[in-house]
Every structure is written in structure tokens, then in C-alpha cells.
Design a protein around this ligand. Structure first.
Ligand code: IPM
Ligand code: MG
Length: 377
């Protein structure tokens, strides 16, 4: 168990930090809140929610994308639920003040090293993909991305002046044995509970840091004789993901390769607005060890219009119930309800086809609550 409470420790009272962030983050958070309230009122869970600022909105208010006070508050909660950060308004700011830095700081400071990014094709949405339906129908893969090391955090980094006309920008890609070992273990444990197949993605033919990655993953695999390990170079993996995605089940990879491959995988499903994610660390006392957020960004172009799809955020709540609160039955319940709504033909604009019923962000949240009411618990 890498996350969550022991059954004895659990008293079913959970304090959640809700960080709506920027753009559509705010409106999808309103819908997620409805779902959290429903569970608090209708199940054995007692959920308290406290809102905090992160990203551009925090820059506007405090001149920092994540203040130390906010970091302290959220680190004492039982789980974090985040909407999205960023937008054109803050793009030209100094690097340290960019909204994305707030997100990266949470990941790093709370040591949320294991990022789970499922790419699942909902039956009713199989036709929305740009790929042929038979290639992606029933697709259910899981990318596990290392989230607190690699080129995102390696030192030295910076931009330096080398002569009057030329500057040099540089970053460092580095992994230690321990860092690879712990993410590999998460990968193998997860694969063991799924189809017992894992593909480790690296660029070991060119980069020493990932030559070590391959070596360590192979070493860890010896403890999991029932899990089949394969290795793939990242360029080939991106091609194979589009050619025949169903050959994969669990993929484990570095921070940056995971960033790129998970965007690619999400598009296979034809519905970026549907995908949740979990970022998880080892549980330590009084320290939050998990953050849940949609894979999509803050979509400033459609913010405030009531057309954003809140389902990735709502499914992130489902992941929270499963991974942090050990309530897989509520994860299943939310997924069942979402499936029912899609099968009934209701869609927000991003996934709406001609034959569907177009509804707003708010209507979608209300519909989820309505369907939850129709389910007997
Ligand atoms: C993601 C995003 C972030 C990342 C950005 C917003 C910093 O692209 O979560 O995939 O690069 O990790
Ligand atoms: Mg990304």
C-alpha cells in the first residue's frame, strides 16, 4: 500500500484542500464541490472542504503562485483537489512567478512522486477519437509518470550570457537509483494488480540517466517474477501509442517523457476533458500525500462560458475516494453514473456530436448528483 489510511486509522472524516486555480478550474471546482457535498450528506464519509489559492489567482492576490502559508495549510489536509493553473495573463511573468511554478512546488514539497494518468475510452465516446474506433475501443491504459525529479527539477539549470549576442539555456536530466527504484516499485505493484504487464519507457540508447533507469527497473523486476517487463525507447513508444495503443497496459516512465506521452495517450481517447489523474507520495505523519486533478489545463479561451466539461474533475474526486480514502465502491459508483449519463447521450460541448444532447457545465454537475440520488447505497 503506497497511499491511504490503515482501516484502523480511518474515522471517515476527511479534510480536503480545494484549489480551483485559474480559467475553467473555477467552474469545474464548483461542480466537484456538489459531488463532495453529496457524498458527505449521503454516505458514511464526512467531508470538510477548505478552498485555497494557487496559480495566477494567487499571483494576483499575493504576488506568488503558491505562498508558504498555503503550502503549509494544504500539507495538513487529507488530500488536495486541484482544478487547473495558468493563462495568457501570466505568461510573460518572471519564471519564478508563473502559475505552473505553484503546481511544481506542491509536487516537489509534498514529494508526490508517483503520477497516475489513466487513458480510458468510455464506450459511449469511442467514436469521438480521431483514431479508428477498432483501434481504441475498450482502451484502458495507465501511464505512471515520475513526478518529482528528472529534467523538471535537475540542477544546474538556467539561462546564462555567453557573449554579447549569445545566451545559453540549460537544464539537467538526472535520476538516482533510489528515485528510479521507488517509482519502478509503484509501477510493478500496480501492474501486478492489473494485467501483469509493464512497459518501461526511456532513451537508454542516448541518455546515461535513462541507461541507469533501465538498469534499476530491470533489477526491481526480479522481485516481480509474475509481471512481464518490456523496455521501449520513447520515440518508438510515442509511435506505438498511436499505431496500436492496446499493446500497452501499464507504462512507467520519467517526468518529461510521461508529460509528453500522457498528452498523446489522452488524445487517443478523444476526450481530454474526461481524464482524471492522481499524484501520490509516501504517507508521512501530518503531511498530505496525494493530489488529484484533471489532466486538461485551464482552457482560458472557454473560461467563464459555462461550457467546460467538469467530468475529469469529478472523476478526480472518484480517484481520491479510491486511492486516498480506500473507498473503491464510491470510485465505481461515480464511474457508473458518468457512464450512464454518457450512454443517455448527454454531453458538454467538447465531446458533443450531432446526435447528442448538449448541456452546460452546471447541468452536467447537477445531472451527476441526480443520478447519484437514483442509485441506492
Ligand atoms: C502536466 C502539465 C504540467 C507539467 C505543467 C502545467 C507544469 O503539463 O501536468 O502535464 O508539465 O507537468
Ligand atoms: Mg502536461
Amino acid at each position: 500500500m503506497i497511499v491511504g489510511w490503515n482501516q484502523e486509522e480511518m474515522n471517515n472524516v476527511f479534510n480536503i484542500s480545494l484549489l480551483p486555480g485559474d480559467g475553467i478550474g473555477k467552474e469545474i471546482s464548483v461542480e466537484a464541490l456538489k459531488i463532495l457535498e453529496w457524498f458527505s450528506e449521503n454516505t458514511d464519509l464526512k467531508i470538510n472542504v477548505k478552498e485555497e489559492l494557487v496559480g495566477g489567482i494567487s499571483v494576483d492576490e499575493y504576488d506568488s503562485p503558491l505562498t508558504n502559508d498555503t503550502l503549509k495549510n494544504i500539507s495538513h489536509s487529507d488530500a488536495i483537489l486541484l482544478g487547473a493553473v495558468g493563462g495568457p495573463k501570466w505568461e510573460s511573468l518572471d519564471f519564478k512567478k508563473r502559475p505552473e511554478r505553484g503546481l511544481l512546488k506542491i509536487r516537489k514539497e509534498l514529494d508526490l512522486f508517483a503520477n497516475f494518468r489513466p487513458a480510458i475510452v468510455f464506450d459511449a465516446l469511442a467514436e469521438s477519437s480521431t483514431l479508428k474506433t477498432e483501434i481504441i475501443k475498450n482502451l484502458d491504459i495507465l501511464i505512471i509518470r515520475e513526478l518529482t525529479s528528472g529534467i523538471y527539477f535537475g540542477e544546474p539549470r538556467g539561462i546564462e550570457q555567453i557573449d554579447e549576442e549569445n545566451k545559453r539555456g540549460f537544464n539537467t536530466l538526472a535520476y538516482t537509483t533510489e528515485e528510479v527504484k521507488r517509482i519502478a516499485k509503484v509501477g510493478f505493484e500496480t501492474a501486478k494488480a492489473r494485467s501483469k504487464k509493464i512497459c518501461s519507457v526511456d532513451k537508454a540508447n542516448v541518455l546515461e540517466s535513462t541507461e541507469l533507469w533501465r538498469e534499476v527497473v530491470t533489477e526491481v523486476s526480479k522481485d516481480y517474477p509474475d509481471v512481464e517487463l518490456s523496455h521501449m525507447y520513447v520515440d518508438n513508444a510515442s509511435m506505438q501509442l498511436v499505431r496500436n495503443p492496446k499493446q500497452f497496459d501499464v507504462i512507467v516512465t520519467t517526468n518529461m517523457f510521461g508529460d509528453i506521452l500522457s498528452d498523446c495517450a489522452s488524445m487517443l481517447t478523444g476526450s481530454l476533458g474526461m481524464l482524471p489523474s492522481a499524484s501520490i507520495g509516501t504517507k508521512t505523519e501530518n503531511k498530505c500525500n496525494a493530489m488529484y486533478e484533471p489532466v486538461h489545463g485551464s482552457a482560458p479561451d472557454i473560461a467563464g462560458k459555462g461550457i467546460a466539461n467538469p467530468l475529469a474533475m469529478i472523476l478526480s474526486v472518484a480517484m481520491m475516494f479510491k486511492y486516498s480514502f480506500l473507498k473503491p465502491e464510491y470510485f465505481d459508483l461515480i464511474n457508473k453514473v458518468v457512464n450512464k449519463i454518457l450512454n443517455d447521450g448527454y454531453r458538454t460541448k467538447d465531446i458533443c456530436m450531432e446526435k447528442n444532447k448538449l448541456i452546460s457545465t452546471q447541468d452536467m454537475g447537477d445531472l451527476v448528483v441526480e443520478e447519484l440520488n437514483n442509485e441506492k447505497i
